[in-house]
Design a protein around this ligand. Structure first.
Ligand code: NDP
Length: 338
């Protein structure tokens, strides 16, 4: 049973060498102990919050990884054996699993596993559009941003797992939406595949304030915040009065020892901006509402979804650290067996 082991707490940018491929043994011929299930992991999800779990810091919304143990994260799996009345052999599930080929789940994780009834869509979607990033984009945009038709929306890290969906939800709502991303390939995708009205490469802009003024001459009503730092600062100058900011993530700060100072926070007051932080699992109890809204949109082709799939557990560490260099184009997934 191949695993990805977390070696030691990380400072700065994570490296592949912070993780190691190891082998453990699981006796597949023995039934799992009472209450436990044995699962075969099919897809692993690479998510930016996992960087925070690589540090031993206070204030994380998830506990730190344990050095010497496998990395844990969201994944899609098949139940291979079950001694738990709630799960049957052969069922497909998604939820918090470990970075290994097989996992013996003795106590179910606090947020449990959700069963996968829809096998007519790619199973990997449950690491993204139909999983945690999908919930984040859907509720983060509709609940936190309270969008209205005709409003202007700006999305950062816009081609990623969350951003590509926020942009499409904004368009479906009748908003004007612009995204930023870190390469011309991604900017192209935003405009051609995901239907953003416009997009720009933030790495090519020497003056982010001027760039935002170019795309939003009358200001921004809604900012879906994925990156923080200098971008947030420039956005604050360009927000409209009573704008809303969904504080979803701040990936530009995750690998810095001390965070870049925000200069323009006073705009929150002068412009009466509502900023609201949120965490995807606040909304997991409403998962059915999300599925009922989003599945028809996928099936009718009203929403599209791009994945970046690495093959094999050996490539999982590289896929994870690639998030912090923008190497992923779309949602980063690792396929173990499919
Ligand atoms: P993505 O699929 O967007 O992958 C991360 C992307 O971030 C990279 O591809 C890169 O794209 C961009 N990036 C990396 N470093 C920087 C930087 N220094 N400055 C600007 N952009 C950078 O990830 P997700 O869609 O899964 O996550 C997006 C954000 O949402 C993250 O901040 C994440 O922490 C947050 N999040 C929050 C959740 C919540 O519950 N609140 C749940 C899920 C995600 P590029 O090439 O464009 O730079």
């Amino acid at each position: 049973n191949k695993q990805v082991i977390f070696k030691a707490f990380v400072t700065g940018f994570p490296k592949e060498s912070d993780m190691a491929i190891a082998t453990s043994t699981i006796d597949l011929s023995l039934p799992p102990p009472d209450g436990a299930i044995l699962i075969k992991n099919l897809y692993l999800s690479c998510d930016p919050y996992m960087r925070n779990r690589m540090s031993k810091t206070e204030g994380n919304y998830r506990e730190s990884f344990t050095p010497g143990s496998p990395i844990s994260g969201y994944g899609v799996a098949e139940v291979v054996e079950s001694s738990n009345p709630n799960f049957k052999k052969g069922e497909l599930i998604w939820g918090a699993t470990n970075w290994e080929q097989y996992s013996l789940i003795k106590s179910l994780p606090p947020l449990g596993f959700s069963k996968i009834p829809h096998t007519d869509l790619p199973l990997s979607y449950y690491t993204g559009i139909l999983g945690m990033p999908g919930v984040t984009a859907y509720f983060g945009f509709h609940d936190i941003c309270s969008p209205k038709q005709g409003e202007t929306v700006f999305v950062s890290a816009a081609s990623g797992a969350v951003g590509q969906l926020v942009g499409q939800f904004a368009k479906l709502k009748g908003c004007y939406v612009v995204g930023s991303a870190g390469s011309s390939e991604k900017v192209d995708l935003l405009k051609t595949k995901f239907g953003f009205h416009d997009a720009f490469n933030y790495k090519e802009e020497t003056d982010l304030n001027a760039a935002l003024k170019r795309y939003f001459p009358d200001g921004i009503d809604i900012y879906f915040e994925n990156v923080g730092g200098k971008m947030l600062d420039a956005v604050l100058l360009n927000m409209r009065i009573r704008g809303r900011i969904a504080a979803c993530g701040m990936i530009s700060q995750y690998n810095l020892e001390s965070h870049e100072g925000v200069q323009n926070l006073f705009a929150l007051i002068t412009k009466r901006i509502r900023v609201e932080g949120f965490v995807a699992f606040d909304y997991f109890p409403q998962y059915q509402k999300f599925i009922d809204a989003v599945l028809p949109l996928i099936k009718q082709g009203e929403i599209t979804y791009l994945e970046d799939i690495a093959e094999g557990i050996e490539n999982a560490p590289g896929a994870l650290i690639g998030l912090f260099h923008g190497r992923n184009v779309g949602k980063q997934v690792v396929a173990l067996a499919h």
